[in-house]
Structures are given as structure tokens and as C-alpha cells.
Design a protein around this ligand. Structure first.
Ligand code: F3S
Length: 399
């Protein structure tokens, strides 16, 4: 692989043992994928934060790395296993929380921002079109490639962290323009009415394309919040890292004009497919004892919508809206937090229903409006799930 003088010096240890180790691993990774060179990156997002998913081995990895090298650019973490500020009130154990705090402190000690979110693009880690980045949470990867048009592979937590330390990642896969073309066309004749329908589209298509790039022809613009849910669903039932939506996402025109486009297979999507997929995503018809919104982490406009829905109501079951600390702070300033809390709901920050040890709490059925969460909760948390719109879910748990 061709390295610049600076990269070679890092590789040879001129900038310290830690950076040399990171370069060695990244160069080896690049060789596996036939990368011709390394490419500078502008930001990183690191998954592998929850103690539930990385355990003691992950904690040791972070602590060990912390002794050797710091990150050199904007780096944010994926959601952690608990809300560090309100873990006790939410019912999480002290033992788990202590381990979780150690992991976050380990990351913090090497310069990683300790805000933990899968929607870093909503709180300032917002790359520009064509920027190269190294992100690892699958929904964030899908959003940044598709909606923003920055370029990342679907990194693992460790490879994103190593890239953040040396400021470089191997140049292969999604970093190369030619690899960002569409692989299959989905002609969607159905007019979407809500987020559950668009999530179902993503879930259905993800199963068909796996890691390929779908190109959607939609009848209307779903908006940023729904694009976030679409990408999360695509990346959970499949391993999609980028999609195009005709007339909406920034590289759709490039994909449309590519020589290969006219030869692509087209699959029609109609109302039956969407309705069928929605019904398959629920595992029970019981009333949820917890409604959990914010997968991917909620935007301020999604929280505003929930505020309008719960205003003046009394919730008889628990409601969590998962988001970043920053969006929670804005919700407080806007008065949304007060209204949600008065109704009996909570804004839960820096964790989510999937990476938290929610199975240790006293819940049996979780209501979600995210196809990704509906896909993961039964497997990762061993709980039943009800998949529906935010309006219907709030109705189910309101007096
Ligand atoms: Fe984010 Fe957790 Fe969903 S990490 S995308 S809220 S499963």
C-alpha cells in the first residue's frame, strides 16, 4: 500500500508506539481489502460502548489503548448501556453502571467526546458532502453515506477508534466514488402515511439487498426523520451502508446517470408488502408496559411531536424517549421535557432500549415505532415487541 511520508513515519513509530500500532492494524486491514492508500478522515463515531455488548474484554481494550495514544479529530461515542445521570431512577444496577462509567472514562481519557449517541449528525458531528469519515454504528453509517453524502465503510468500533487516532482510514469500499452506485431499484407505488410504514419498507428491502445499495423511487419526500428510520431498518435486516432516493439524496443523480443503472433489476413495492411487513414486526398483540421511542436517537422535532401527543394526558405505562444529552438539553429549554414528565414520560439520554440491559428491568412488552428496534428487541433483550406508530403507541398507554 502506498503511504505518504507522514503516514510512513507514524507507521515506523516516529509519533509514538500507540500510533504505530494503530497504523499497523489499519494497513493490514487495508491490505485485506486491496486498498491502494490511506485517506485522511474528518470525523469518527465509535460503537462498542455499552458494557452489555463489549463486556470486560472491551473495557480492557479501551483502558489499554488509553495508555498509548489520543484521538486527533472529532470523535463521538455510540449509546452506552445506561443513562449515566438517571440510571438509578430508571432501575439499572450500580454494578453495571460502574463498569459503564469506567468504559466512558477510558474513551474520554483519549480525547473522545463522552456524549453517547447514534445520531451524532444531529448534535454537531455533521460531516460535509464527500468528506471521508470513519463511523461504526450501522444506522449512523447509513445516514451519513446516504442523506449527507459523506463516505464511510461500515466500520467496527475498534477500526473507527484506530482511524480517529491516526486520522486516516484505508481507501476502499464506500470511500471510492465508483462503489457508491445503485445495485437494485425499488419502485414504490405506495404513499407513506407514517414512520412505521417507511420503517417497514427499510426492513423488507434490507432482507432482499443485504449489503448492496438500493435505489428508491418514492412518491413523496419522507423527510429527514423518516430517512433516519429507513436507513436504520435497512442496516438491521440487511447490512446496507448506503441507499439512494430519487430526487432527494445527494448522490441519487450520480447513481441514476451511471452506465450500469439501466441494467439494474427493478422490484415493485405495493401496499400489501408494507402492511404484511408491519404485522410481522410485532411479536404480540398485548399492550406494551413500556413504550420506547428514539431508535435511532430522537431529533428535537420528533420530541416536539411526542410533546404534542402527551400534552395534558396521563400515561398509565412507562414512556422513554431515547436521545443524546444535547437534544435532551434543548428539549428542556423548549419546555418539552416538563410536558413529557408531567404526563409521566421520561427523556432518557445516551443509551437506548437495545444496548441497555432492559431485560433486567420489570418489562415484558416494549412498544416501538422503529423497525430496527422491533427487529433487535426480541433477540437482544428477549422481550416481546409491539411495532406501531407513535400516535397509536401513545394512545395505547394513555388514560
Ligand atoms: Fe441507536 Fe440503539 Fe437504535 S444505538 S439505532 S437507538 S438500537
Amino acid at each position: 500500500m502506498e503511504l505518504t511520508k507522514y503516514e510512513e513515519d507514524m507507521y515506523n513509530g516516529e509519533y509514538g508506539e500507540g500510533k504505530a500500532e494503530c497504523m499497523e492494524i489499519l494497513v493490514s486491514l487495508g491490505k485485506i481489502y486491496d486498498a491502494e492508500k490511506m485517506i485522511p478522515i474528518t470525523s469518527a463515531q465509535v460503537s462498542g460502548v455499552s458494557y452489555k455488548t463489549i463486556g470486560d474484554a472491551g473495557l480492557d481494550f479501551v483502558v489499554d489503548l488509553g495508555k498509548k495514544a489520543d484521538v486527533t479529530l472529532e470523535t463521538m461515542l455510540n449509546p452506552a448501556g445506561v443513562d449515566i445521570e438517571n440510571w438509578e431512577e430508571l432501575g439499572f444496577s450500580e454494578e453495571f453502571t460502574k463498569k459503564q462509567i469506567d468504559i466512558i472514562k477510558g474513551y474520554e481519557s483519549i480525547g473522545v467526546m463522552s456524549t453517547c449517541t447514534c445520531t451524532p449528525y444531529l448534535i454537531g458531528n455533521t460531516p460535509m458532502l464527500n468528506d471521508h469519515v470513519s463511523w461504526s454504528e450501522s444506522s449512523a453509517v447509513c445516514y451519513v453515506n446516504s442523506v449527507i453524502g459523506a463516505r464511510t465503510n461500515r466500520e467496527g468500533g475498534p477500526s473507527a477508534l484506530l482511524a480517529a487516532i491516526v486520522g486516516r482510514t484505508p481507501y476502499y469500499g464506500n470511500h471510492i466514488l465508483e462503489n457508491r452506485v445503485a445495485d437494485m431499484i425499488f419502485d414504490v407505488s405506495y404513499d407513506f402515511n407514517n414512520e412505521a410504514e417507511i420503517g417497514a419498507l427499510g426492513y423488507y428491502v434490507g432482507q432482499i439487498v443485504n449489503d448492496k445499495k438500493p435505489y428508491f423511487k418514492l412518491t413523496s419526500n419522507p423527510g429527514r426523520n423518516n430517512l433516519k428510520l429507513l436507513g436504520a431498518a435497512l442496516a438491521s435486516s440487511g447490512a446496507v451502508s448506503q441507499y439512494h432516493v430519487e430526487g432527494i439524496t445527494p448522490e441519487a443523480e450520480f447513481a441514476r446517470n451511471h452506465d450500469s443503472f439501466d441494467e439494474l433489476e427493478t422490484i415493485d413495492i405495493d401496499e400489501t408488502i408494507i402492511k404484511d411487513t408491519i404485522s410481522k414486526l410485532s411479536t404480540t398483540d398485548k399492550i406494551p408496559d413500556l413504550v420506547c421511542l428514539g431508535c435511532p436517537h430522537a431529533s428535537i422535532t420528533e420530541i416536539q411531536k411526542v410533546t404534542q401527543l402527551v400534552k395534558g394526558k396521563k400515561l398509565v405505562k412507562d414512556l422513554w424517549i431515547c436521545t443524546s444529552k444535547a437534544i435532551k438539553a434543548i428539549s428542556q429549554q423548549c419546555g418539552y421535557l416538563d410536558i413529557i414528565e408531567q404526563a409521566g414520560g421520561k427523556i432518557v439520554s445516551d443509551t437506548c432500549m437495545v444496548v441497555a440491559p432492559i431485560e433486567e428491568l420489570d418489562y415484558e412488552v416494549i412498544g416501538v415505532n422503529s423497525a430496527k428496534a422491533a427487529n433487535y428487541v426480541p433477540n437482544m433483550c428477549k422481550l416481546d415487541v409491539v411495532y406501531d406508530t407513535v400516535e397509536n403507541l401513545i394512545d395505547m398507554i394513555s388514560e
